[in-house]
Design a protein around this ligand. Structure first.
Ligand SMILES: Nc1ncnc2c1ncn2[C@@H]1O[C@H](COP(=O)(O)OP(=O)(O)OP(=O)(O)O)[C@@H](O)[C@H]1O
Ligand SMILES: [Mg+2]
Length: 357
């Protein structure tokens, strides 16, 4: 890498999306799963992508990776990797990027691991294909990778099948496979949902350790803001295919602007509760992405909704700093928000949406 490349890579994002719109053809019409998303991730940085089920987190990751289902397409916008356009490249063109440059830990380890192939072979195949290693070289590296992801007795595990491992261990195998070729960018899609709290924390520690040691960038997808809090530099909150608030992690918690983010924050499961239980969920249903509502997509569920919200879509606003943006006409702390909050508190209606127990 020459000096000008180095200067460029320090300041320019490793991965960038500019106004990406990903559409699916469905029997009901066009589903706008990702609807104008712009994000940037610099080298060694981690971005958390948070939102309820169906908000577009997986589709966004898959759009960047070039791994969309057949009925999906990036209809508009740009996906860039190291400044190069990679949106809508063919699978053949993406082969040189997958594994070595960008890798993904998929949402469901049981369906993403091959049930009839030994763990060692699953890891070593990618090393042989992408890095041209011999079988014995690749198996030795696979054993080291299993050791790195803290799987006990790695040599023995190489000869086991996925069903012989616990859920936590399968998740670690997925991480080992993703890390095998030393990617610059790792997408981790809900890497901990199915695991108990202690294992969740171990997996997240492992990911951030790998990120630190290799100066890797990380996009961490989850529906739980509590999970990403300690492990990300920045957070993007998605709702109905759009990023509705984005900020450095501390700022997002300290200076929340969107009532939706506030509602997500109040629905964080507590550490002393079983991991699947929730203190509260946000009342109402996520928007229909085939026929989205006219104004703000969260308006029909928002406790602070006013007429304007139902009729006009809010543009992206800048908060106190340029790295904090949100889409809301009456953000948390605004006079209209406070007025409504007093009203709701007086009527005793804040309980359901604010999640106090
Ligand atoms: N192949 C597909 N065909 C049609 N619609 C799809 C397809 N894949 C995803 N979608 C739709 O796109 C939207 C976004 O889905 P996505 O999987 O990105 O959600 P998510 O935020 O990852 O949710 P979860 O937390 O449940 O994983 C959803 O409404 C989903 O139904
Ligand atoms: Mg998903």
């Amino acid at each position: 890498m020459n000096q000008s490349d180095m200067v460029r890579s320090e300041h320019e994002p490793l991965v960038e999306t500019i106004d990406v719109k990903t559409h699916f053809k469905t029997a009901r019409g066009i589903a706008r799963a990702v609807d104008g998303v712009s994000i940037q991730i610099r080298r060694g940085q981690s971005l958390g992508v948070v939102g309820e089920s169906g908000s577009g987190k997986t589709v966004l990751s898959r759009s960047i990776m070039g791994l969309l289902p057949r009925n999906g397409v990036i209809r508009e916008g740009s996906v860039r990797y190291q400044g190069q356009e990679i949106g809508n490249r063919s699978d053949k063109e993406m082969q040189s990027i997958w594994g070595r440059e960008m890798a993904m830990i998929f949402q469901d380890p049981m369906t993403s691991l091959n049930p009839v192939m030994k763990v060692g072979k699953q890891i070593s195949e990618s090393l042989r294909k992408n890095l041209g290693m011999s079988s014995s070289e690749a198996l030795a590296v696979a054993e080291k990778l299993l050791h790195d992801v803290r799987i006990p007795e790695p040599a023995r595990r190489l000869n086991q099948y996925p069903h012989e491992l616990s859920g936590g261990m399968r998740q670690r195998v997925m991480i080992a496979i993703a890390m095998a070729c030393g990617p610059n960018m790792l997408f981790a899609d809900e890497p901990t949902t199915a695991l108990d709290v202690t294992v969740q924390a171990q997996i997240l520690e492992l990911l951030s350790e790998q990120k630190r040691d290799r100066n890797m960038s990380l996009l961490l997808v989850t529906h739980n803001l509590g999970v990403v809090a300690g492990y990300t530099d920045e957070i993007a909150v998605m709702y109905g295919g759009k990023v509705v608030e984005k900020a450095p992690t501390k700022t997002l918690f300290a200076n929340t602007k969107m009532p939706y983010t506030e509602a997500l924050l109040s629905s964080i499961p507590r550490l002393d509760q079983p991991s699947h239980s929730r203190l509260s969920t946000i009342p109402g249903r996520p928007p229909d992405i085939v026929h989205p509502p006219k104004g703000c997509r969260f308006a029909p569920r928002c406790a602070y909704v006013r007429d304007l919200c139902l009729n006009e879509e809010p543009e992206l606003q800048q908060a106190d700093s340029p790295d904090h943006t949100y889409r809301c006409f009456y953000p948390v702390g605004s006079p209209e928000y406070l007025e409504r909050r007093v009203e709701l508190t007086r009527k005793g209606e804040l309980v359901a949406s604010e999640g106090s127990n």
